[in-house]
Design a protein around this ligand. Sequence first.
Ligand code: AMP
Length: 352
Amino acid sequence: MSLPPGSTIGILGGGQLGRMMALAAARLGYKCHILDPHEFPCAAEVSAHFTRAKFDDERALQRFAADCDVVTYEFENIPVAPLAVLGDKLMPGRRSLEVAQDRGFEKRFLESCGVPVAPWREVDGEADIIAALEALGSPILLKSRRYGYDGKGQAWVHRPQEAASAWEAIGRQPAVAEAKMSFEAEFSAVLARGRSGETAAFPLTRNHHEGGILRTSTVPAGPEIDAMAGQAIAAAKAIEDALDHVGVLTVEFFACADGPIVNEIAPRVHNSGHWTIEGAHTSQFEQHLRAILGLPLGEPSLVAEGAAMENLIGPDVDRWAAYLAEPGAHLHLYGKGEARPGRKMGHVTRLK
Ligand code: AMP
């Protein structure tokens, strides 16, 4: 059963992903209701309704669910248990969240799907770090199991003597240790799965990170990455099917000499898919809505020969007037206020 225009879409999280989703919803005649604990989340500015509440406030979630025809999320660090009150209205479901928000569960799940990941170990203290160094070789990358994003909660370890400071650096919390992968490039697959299990994948996107933060995304991704498209898309579909995922899912890969290795998954629209707003026949935001609303999935192919997206991080946003003056540059600003270092303030997309 599909939900017609005029229905209300609930979005857990009020950041820029929610904002761009709400803009896509408005274009199709749907209303959005944002739930977020912050005072003025940027998604609420462009949505019909806003509830300011914590994500684990069950009474607020209950009222929110009663007002919404479907509920989705724009980030994955949300406590899962309280979401039970949302019942079948939550799409993607709780399993997608549960797997993606814990790097340990995620790795085990990916392995169970037959998807290649970097060699890894669980870490619960300094002794495990030393054991992981021995088992995986030097260096290893320590990543907190939960609440890591944009390279936060991560530390490289080269020698056993660094175990104590690395454990301290990630906040002495449960972690995974990964072998250092040598890769030619990083890329992502952004794809949607509809309520009946149908899928549509956007062209693979080449991603360039600086300091753990995505800097640019480029499509086409280049011959060495496109040669891996068959394997990468098959892996991403296997992940979606195993989760019974409904909505957009993003899989981040390393392009290694022996083929694609999955770094991590996001059960949602993704920064590396922002180019689709102008660059694809259907944007990732509209595609996500189509999937969760039970509408036909849209055409995901490029509308031009290529597209390049550049993130505006921190003070980069001060150049907004220059981007506006540049012919063919599509400027997106998220209305987030203070341009703190490392904060994603907007992006620019250029078509080729
Ligand atoms: P993540 O938060 O897992 O996406 O990691 C942030 C960035 O660190 C990635 O985009 C890579 O550039 C780098 N990275 C993560 N894991 C590894 C690894 N196992 N080996 C080498 N580089 C890595």
